[in-house]
Ligand binder design. Structure first.
Ligand code: NAP
Length: 219
């Protein structure tokens, strides 16, 4: 049985990713800051108390794992709203930590626990694309996801010789708490599409930035 570890698993896209991977026969290690009945009832392994921006909450737990992880899905993320009139360096730095630096540090800590030819997926956003930015604003979210893309691309190149593939995936515009229920897709549809893209990911397609629907996205 393959093992996947998914961050930000207690709600939204992360919860549905846990359900999808589990239904497809994976052992799911669902990490979160705090669980809830929706996650508990899935039947997956729930690991509470993990904050992706705070290595002190996960480093000793990672030491207890054996090296049998087949897939890491970096899903946890936050959205804050800066604008020209409301430029807030605190929320920009907060997003930088949770959306960019945190997922990379978490993934680096997990590397010794991955099986050869494991896969790593980053749930990023097309809002991190400079080419695709046609509406401005959202400084911290855009900058943090752009930084995540840059880091994930380096990781893809650095891990290529080990046969570990890295995917950068935009989940679509999805109805979750983050979007206050707005969007084109339910989290369940998005998670199914993301699962397909992760299943298709190979060392030949490592480091590519895609929409969950398969479309290639510009940097
Ligand atoms: N929804 C969209 O349309 C959309 C579009 C593009 C990209 N994305 C990306 O997709 C991912 C999931 O988004 P979503 O829409 O499902 O958002 P969501 O409903 O707001 O869920 C966010 C998840 O991230 C977790 N999280 C936040 N900060 C964390 C931290 N410091 N440590 C650990 N977990 C943390 C949350 O846990 P708590 O309950 O503990 O806060 C929650 O489980 C994010 O990376 C987001 O940027 C979403």
């Amino acid at each position: 049985m393959k093992t996947v570890i998914i961050s930000g698993s207690n709600r939204g896209i992360g919860l549905e990713l846990c359900r999808t991977f589990y239904k497809n026969g994976y052992r799911v290690m669902a990490t979160c800051r705090k669980s809830n009945p929706s996650l508990d009832e899935l039947g997956v392994d729930v690991i509470e108390g993990i904050d992706i921006s705070k290595p002190e909450t996960y480093l000793s737990w990672i030491q207890t794992l054996d090296s049998s992880i087949d897939c890491v899905v970096n899903n946890a993320g936050i959205w804050r709203t800066e604008s020209l009139q409301n430029f807030n360096t605190d929320t920009i730095m907060e997003q930088y930590l949770v959306n960019a630096v945190g997922p990379l540090a978490w993934t680096m800590a997990l590397l010794p626990k991955l099986r050869p030819s494991a896969k790593i997926a980053f749930i990023t956003s097309r809002m991190g694309s400079i080419t695709d930015n046609s509406s401005g604003g959202r400084y911290g979210y855009r900058m943090s996801k752009c930084a995540l893309n840059a880091g994930a691309k380096s990781l893809a190149l650095d891990l290529q010789s080990q046969g570990i593939a890295v995917g950068l995936l935009h989940p679509g515009f999805v109805r979750t708490d983050m979007t206050e229920g707005q969007g084109d897709w339910e989290a369940e549809e998005s998670s199914r599409a993301l699962f397909q893209r992760i299943e298709e990911l190979t060392i030949e397609s490592t480091g590519i930035f895609r929409h969950a629907n398969g479309e290639l996205l510009p940097w």
